[in-house]
Design a protein around this ligand. Sequence first.
Ligand code: AMP
Length: 226
Amino acid sequence: MEQYQELFLVLQLVKVAYGLKFLEAFSTEVLKPAEAGILSRARTPTINFVLGGPGVGKGTQCTRIAETYGFTHLSVGDLLRNEISSTSEYGDMILETITKGKIVSSEVTVKLLKKAIETSEADRFLVDGFPRTEENRVAYEQIIGIEPEVVLFFDCDEEEMMKRVLHRNQGRVDDNIDTTIERLKVFEAYTLPVIRYYTEKGKLYKINAIGTEDEIFERVRPIFST
Ligand code: AMP
């Protein structure tokens, strides 16, 4: 009888141990994404997106908005250009894509954006040049998943955008006629659907981007002054 009791006890212990193991495996599964992601810091930063065609002046306005209203400006174009000048495994691919005026894959772009948000202490971001495609947007929703509060769209005609790109002299590989024609095509085909999406969600603020820097900034102010 005693033998049976011992066996029973051993069986109970095995069950408890197995149960703990099972729970451990389960909880690791559940906790993994949070540990690896933005939620691990127990924070949900404010995210705003800024869109517009090439040369429309997104970067200039973002700098002013960031300074005036306390945002951290994350230009996705700059994040990609930084990769080119680093030893990143993606450097060559990014350089080739940007030189052709095409779109870098969402996998790389969202990964860089996620890292930039996670490694920053800030909790208010202006994400400039993103999402440039519906694919970008869906990948963002799956991987980062923080709903943007405001989506700004700087609007300007193509002729003016081309003029600004060709006159800005920043030494960028993509600031030439052929690449800008391609970037304008990409904007129309891929970014306009994103703009329509956020219009339907009531998040889009369209800003007329014709005028002086000051005039345009005055049009932006009411959005952030409330
Ligand atoms: P920008 O500095 O915003 O004019 O971006 C320059 C170039 O970087 C674009 O023409 C694209 O090749 C690439 N790029 C910028 N943002 C994105 C994005 N969200 N997704 C993919 N490629 C991008």
